[in-house]
Design a binder for this molecule. Structure first.
Ligand SMILES: [Zn+2]
Ligand SMILES: [Zn+2]
Length: 480
């Protein structure tokens, strides 16, 4: 968000006379607030406003709110901290998430998923800053034992399925390239990943197939959800092909709060805990959420303070259930600024899955301090031993005992069997109800989803076999 954007205070570009006028206004806040001001009340209010306008942390600088910066974005921290302390506080939150969850190790090659929006812009900014600091430490250290992690950037191009075609797409891509090249050295690779790359086909055939797949879905929410799952598949594919070992998403508290309610409404209670942790290693390339503890208003304010430019390319208005939930959470947050964190903290009480931490063989033997912190934050993994299958479409964990198995006529077998391997939410929201559309949907699925369905099918069979083992005749018994 540039400082001259609509949401930003004109103060960002203010001139000296305006600044004076603002200062004048700040020293008489009660005159505006209450219409009148006189006598002792004025004096005490003035003293209070002066003490309130000093940063709580450094007790030296003016708060962001008092300096007249970014009004409309000021929410909590802006009224308590100066720009420097606000910034270092937010970076500290990011860094703490990274170090205490072993998100990035020196040997890693990190791919930041960049949509052009504020959250992923801040994620990119912070990851780059962290790399820059690691690089400086590396150069200063005598033994140069720890390597510095690599950083790349990926943007998923959804032009082939976007309804609101972006006329300025090429300009947006150029803007993003420029943003990436302006980051601290070393130069980062910028990858534009067409969403149809989930198909191992010629791009034009892939586009065609993807369009057909999306067209078999009637539900708006279902279409949007499937696209989100495909976006992740595209990121996984490009990460694997280019040797990246982690994918960084810019999901912040506000976005996660929306996800909690969306998943609840869609009946994804069992798998919800999997999606909202710092680490999600159910994917071949583990996914990490270092901005999990940062709010969207903080991210917007940082973009404004640091003049971090953003470009919104595809993510227009969310629709269906997702759109309703987004506006509902926004309303809740306006009424009470702590609502988003309450939602996330409440959902955070759910027990995470065993894949919600970086696998042991993926961890570097980092500094002892980081390992100590890790021990303190060991996740409860009670369900480590419970067997899960994964939904072929959305990859959410499903309790094996929740899978239904029935037999069908030969031609209906594969599609109906896919339906039975999927989670309830995908069955209802994404999979077409009508058999002919379901068959089409099944025939247009990209390879990774088909492979996941095959895995789930064989896991399901062996699990069923285990369940009825005692009733089966052994080979020797059959022969006898
Ligand atoms: Zn300060
Ligand atoms: Zn699913």
């Amino acid at each position: 968000m540039a400082c001259n954007s609509a949401t930003c205070n004109p103060g960002c570009l203010r001139d000296a006379s305006r600044e004076d006028a603002e200062k004048e206004q700040q020293s008489h806040p009660t005159a505006d607030d209450h219409g009148t001001c006189n006598g002792d009340e004025h004096v005490s209010n003035r003293a209070e406003s002066l003490s309130n306008s000093i940063c709580l942390k450094c007790k030296l600088n003016e708060t962001i709110a008092a300096s007249g910066f970014g009004a409309g974005l000021i929410n909590g921290d802006g009224g308590r901290f100066c720009a420097d302390c606000f910034r270092s506080n937010l970076y500290w939150k990011f860094r703490f998430s990274v170090t205490s969850n072993d998100m990035i190790s020196p040997a890693d090659n990190v791919l930041v998923a960049f949509s052009g929006g504020a959250s992923s812009r801040v994620a990119l900014h912070f990851v780059s800053e962290m790399q820059d600091k690691a690089q400086k430490n590396f150069e200063a250290s005598r033994d140069r034992a720890l390597p510095v992690f690599g950083v790349g950037v990926a943007f998923v191009d959804e032009q082939s399925v976007s309804t609101d075609h972006c006329h300025e797409f090429d300009i947006a891509i150029e803007d993003m390239k420029l943003m990436v090249s302006n980051l601290a050295p070393p130069l980062k690779k910028f990858l534009v990943v067409p969403i149809e790359s989930v198909y191992t086909l010629e791009p034009s055939n892939g586009r065609e197939r993807l369009k057909k797949l999306i067209n078999t879905i009637n539900d708006t929410t279902g279409k949007e959800d499937l696209l989100e799952h495909l976006r992740m598949l595209a990121l996984q594919k490009v990460a694997l092909e280019n040797g990246y070992t982690k994918i960084v998403l810019g999901k912040c508290t506000s976005r996660i709060a929306c996800h909690v309610l969306e998943a609840t409404v869609k009946g994804k209670g069992y798998s919800l805990a999997a999606d909202i942790q710092y680490v999600d290693a159910r994917w071949e390339v583990p996914v990490v959420l270092p901005l999990r503890d940062c709010f969207s208003h903080e991210i917007d304010l940082l973009c404004c303070l640091e003049s971090l430019k953003t470009v919104e390319v595809f993510r227009g208005k969310r629709s269906g259930i997702n759109g309703l939930v987004s506006s509902f959470v926004k309303l809740l947050q306006e009424e009470n600024p702590s609502r988003e964190s309450t939602i996330v903290r409440t959902a955070g009480k759910l027990t995470p899955f065993h894949f919600n931490r970086i696998p042991e063989d993926n961890k570097s033997h980092g500094p002892a301090a980081s390992q100590r912190r890790q021990r303190k934050r060991i996740l409860k993994t009670d369900n480590l031993l419970s067997q899960e299958s994964f939904c072929p479409v959305c990859n959410c964990p499903i309790k094996m005992s929740d899978l239904t198995t029935t037999t069908h006529s030969e031609d209906a077998q594969t599609s109906v069997d896919l339906m039975e391997l999927c989670c309830l939410s995908c069955r209802f929201q994404i999979l077409p109800a009508e058999l002919s559309s379901l068959n089409l949907f099944h025939s247009f699925l990209p390879d990774p989803i088909v492979a996941r369905a095959n895995d789930a099918r064989s896991l399901n069979h062996s699990w069923l076999r285990e369940q009825i083992e005692d009733c089966l005749l052994s080979d020797t018994e059959v022969e006898a």
